[in-house]
Design a protein around this ligand. Structure first.
Ligand SMILES: C[S@@+](CC[C@H](N)C(=O)[O-])C[C@H]1O[C@@H](n2cnc3c(N)ncnc32)[C@H](O)[C@@H]1O
Length: 510
């Protein structure tokens, strides 16, 4: 069936996946401004936030719940998505999220408040040049001076080899009949068989061959949106930076915290060569060549007002940090584009230990007993290194937590009222972090269980059986009740030892 005219080539007969993206949180954007040396928005001030192409609305809804001082607008032209997003907001008792069934063209003319933050994830590379121009025009008209923009996109040079594969899939899907999921399967099957014939394209472009092999295991809904849109245009960072310059935006940094630290992502000789390049746009684009980058998550600011060193230090001192995962699960070793990095225990663990007690500002961390052996420079370095490995993040100020907590409690209660609706787990809203924290189905069942620790594992097993949910062990569904009991008891113990204290710290539960 052809896409309707309003869809402008975008896939609309399959709803988008139900993803949540923490890097779109207002607190995450603030962190990038701190790292980029740009003046940070006041976390205590009210703000207006837009998510363009919000899909089913999970990120906007959760961020609205965790940031009640913000006014959130989720924009998407697909009524199926907006319908879902509005129900989510309604169930979650969220009054500060507004979901608009509006196209980017219509958005330009809509009478809406000026924006402090505009985010778009998974949008830029999949829409037409005209629609990108509408977004730029919206930013030009509506983004406040100093306002922030998050834009993620497929990027070049990393996807240069893959572009002809996308075209092949798309052309094949165009010609075959049937519903989109069948056409997706048909096109993938054809491409695989074609590759087997020894077609030179695949031999000459090993990244395309690897990508095709990888596609087989992915969710068809995701694949339909990722590869089967009429528009699929990976961009050089330089082109995105120039496009957004029309709305007076300048690049601030990456929403992937690690990517802001050359020592984690670039070889020293590359860093040295790039240091000689005065132009930020070119330097940033060359970093993508150095890494053969395939995807970027950029943060831009309008006017990008620079903070001087004293202002930056003062802002940093007053910025609150909190753990993103249970202390026992925090990692000092992590993967980087260069291989693996291991942070020194004696320099980094004290910061984790302090934050396992309570979220703290950098100033509070400096006077915490755990960090007594660290000076300011090392404490700051530890905070950044730990953030790069995903152990901690910028949190919201302690003031205002009670108001936030009332909103996140409503949102989380709606999720916990139907834990079985989330067989793969979901995100709960944290009033401390201002973003979502993951919870597995077992975590949800245990949080929803009011019977105390005794017999909790048995009740979880009953709930799993009632919902027809099977737990997996070594990739296989567990059928044997004794084996299941052993697994559920182990998970219940680890929930009480690690996950529950963390969820309390994050303000998700009492
Ligand atoms: C790949 S999805 C990303 C959804 C969401 N940001 C996420 O990451 O889960 C892109 C979204 O943009 C929406 N979209 C595409 N073209 C649009 C347009 N011209 N106007 C408004 N929304 C559009 C689609 O309906 C879809 O929900």
């Amino acid at each position: 069936m052809p896409e309707p005219a309003w869809a402008e080539g975008y896939v609309v007969d399959i709803g988008y996946t139900h993803g949540y993206y923490r890097e779109l949180a207002p607190s995450a954007l603030r962190f990038v401004t701190l790292l980029g040396g740009v003046r940070s928005p006041d976390p205590a001030a009210p703000f207006v936030y837009y998510e363009l192409g919000c899909g089913n609305g999970h990120s906007t809804a959760l961020h609205a719940a965790a940031n009640p001082s913000g006014n959130f607008y989720g924009v998407d032209f697909n009524p199926m998505h907006i319908h879902h997003a509005r129900r989510l907001a309604q169930y979650g008792g969220i009054g500060n999220a507004h979901f608009l069934e509006t196209s980017f063209a219509e958005l330009v003319e809509a009478d809406l408040p000026e924006a402090d933050m505009v985010v778009m994830h998974g949008v830029h590379s999949w829409i037409s040049r005209e629609n990108r121009a509408h977004i730029v025009e919206f930013l030009r008209r509506r983004l406040k001076p100093g306002g922030l923009v998050h834009v993620s996109y497929n990027c070049l040079p990393g996807l240069a080899q893959v572009a002809p594969l996308q075209r092949l899939l798309m052309e094949h899907a165009h010609l075959s009949g049937g519903a989109l999921p069948e056409r997706v399967r048909g096109a993938l099957d054809f491409a695989r068989r074609f590759e087997q014939t020894g077609a030179h394209y695949f031999a000459a472009n090993p990244l395309a061959k690897a990508r095709l092999a990888h596609l087989g295991g992915q969710d068809p809904t995701y694949l339909a949106h990722e590869y089967f849109n009429a528009n699929w245009s990976p961009s050089y960072h330089a082109d995105v930076a120039r496009e957004l310059a029309a709305a007076k935006l300048s690049y601030v940094g990456s929403a992937v915290i690690m990517d802001n630290f050359d020592q984690f992502v670039l070889k020293p000789e590359v860093t040295e060569m790039l240091a000689g390049i005065g132009d930020r746009t070119l330097a940033e684009t060359l970093r993508d060549y150095a890494r053969n980058q395939v995807f970027r998550r950029d943060v831009f600011a309008r006017g990008a007002p620079r903070a001087d060193a004293a202002e930056l230090e003062a802002t940093l001192s007053g910025t609150c940090f909190a753990l993103l995962r249970p202390r026992p699960l925090c990692r000092l070793t992590g993967k980087t584009p260069l291989g693996e990095v291991t942070l020194r225990t004696e320099a980094y663990a004290p910061v984790l230990d302090a934050l396992a007690r309570a979220p703290m500002t950098l100033a509070e961390l400096l006077s915490a007993p755990e960090t007594a052996a660290l000076d300011r420079v090392h404490t700051r370095q530890a905070v950044f290194g730990l953030a790069a490995l995903g152990n901690l993040a910028v949190a919201l100020p302690a003031a205002g937590e009670a108001e936030r907590r009332a909103a996140t409690d409503r949102y989380n209660a709606a999720i916990l009222a139907r834990p079985a609706a989330h067989p793969g787990g979901t995100m709960l809203a944290s009033p401390v972090l201002g973003c979502g924290v993951p919870a597995s189905l077992i975590d949800l069942l245990l949080l929803a269980d009011t019977g105390g620790e005794d017999g909790a594992a048995e009740r979880v097993m009953d709930a799993l059986a009632a919902g027809g949910h099977k737990l997996q062990k070594d990739g296989k569904a567990l059928e044997d009740r004794d084996e299941l009991r052993i697994l559920v008891e182990a998970r219940t113990r680890s929930f009480h030892a690690a996950q529950l204290p963390f969820l309390r710290l994050a303000g998700v539960t009492g």
